[in-house]
Ligand binder design. Structure first.
Ligand code: V4E
Length: 216
């Protein structure tokens, strides 16, 4: 399990030029199709847990202990998000069940192919979209910049560092701060992610609930 430390930013006409100037190298361009799942009562997202299927694989993003405690530290860190990324299906299943408190013991028959666990836990797809992503790496070790264009018309950039379990999250925050500085990013407001914009447009009730619980 790793922790993804990330800062989103708004792209403009100069972003590509800036990336080139700071020596970023484009390492690929791809289409990403995501489906996000939750119960109709929003058991997962109200706990800031994001279950998705991407390229046929399941992923669960959960807040880190520090994020849950509400500790933000300095201003630059407050512009970043930190989420644990869980990709092991048995662990995802366990964590989701813990939250949904499903009493019925579902048999261990869950696999990438067998999706009956979704209906057993009353999980339904609430968001589905495709993103065109261009990825860049920087000399600063482990820093990746993604430029995302979602199919519903939202364009957002992300500076991200993946920290292995037990790794140095402060160092990751510092790398992100330095990269943001090099890119000339200003502003002290967190930039909205794709889901924020998607839910506001497509599921205003769900969005309002997450806003009122300070999840988004
Ligand atoms: C964590 C989260 C969500 C899951 C999707 O996360 P995100 O990083 O926005 O998507 P994406 O496609 O860039 O994933 P990657 O390829 O980097 O793994 S949806 C909402 N959240 C919470 C959240 C938040 N509260 N604030 C911000 C700025 N982003 C996400």
């Amino acid at each position: 399990m790793s922790v993804e430390v990330e800062r989103k930013f708004l792209c403009n006409a100069d972003t590509l030029k800036k990336l080139e100037e700071i020596g970023a190298v484009c390492v690929g361009q791809r289409q990403i199709h995501d489906q996000y799942f939750d119960t109709p009562e929003f058991h997962l997202t109200l706990r800031d847990m994001w279950l998705r299927k991407r390229k046929g694989c399941w992923e669960l993003k959960c807040p880190t202990a520090e994020a849950q405690s509400g500790k933000q530290g300095e201003a630059a860190a407050a512009l970043c998000t930190r989420y644990k990324e869980i990709t092991s299906l048995p662990e995802i299943h366990l964590r989701v069940k813990e939250v949904i408190k499903e009493d019925r013991e579902s048999e261990a028959g869950f696999s990438q192919e067998d999706e009956s666990w979704l209906s057993k836990l009353n999980l339904v797809c609430f968001a589905e979209f495709t993103t065109a992503r261009r990825s860049f790496t920087l000399k600063e070790e482990g820093v990746q910049v993604d430029l995302d264009q979602a199919d519903f018309g939202y364009h957002v950039g992300e500076i991200e560092v993946l920290v292995p379990e037990g790794g140095d999250e402060q160092a990751a925050l510092e790398k992100i701060r330095k990269t943001a500085e090099k890119l000339g990013l200003t502003g002290d407001q967190r930039v909205k992610g794709k889901m924020d914009v998607y839910l506001k447009r497509n599921h205003p009730e769900h969005y309002a609930k997450l806003l009122s619980e300070h999840i988004l």
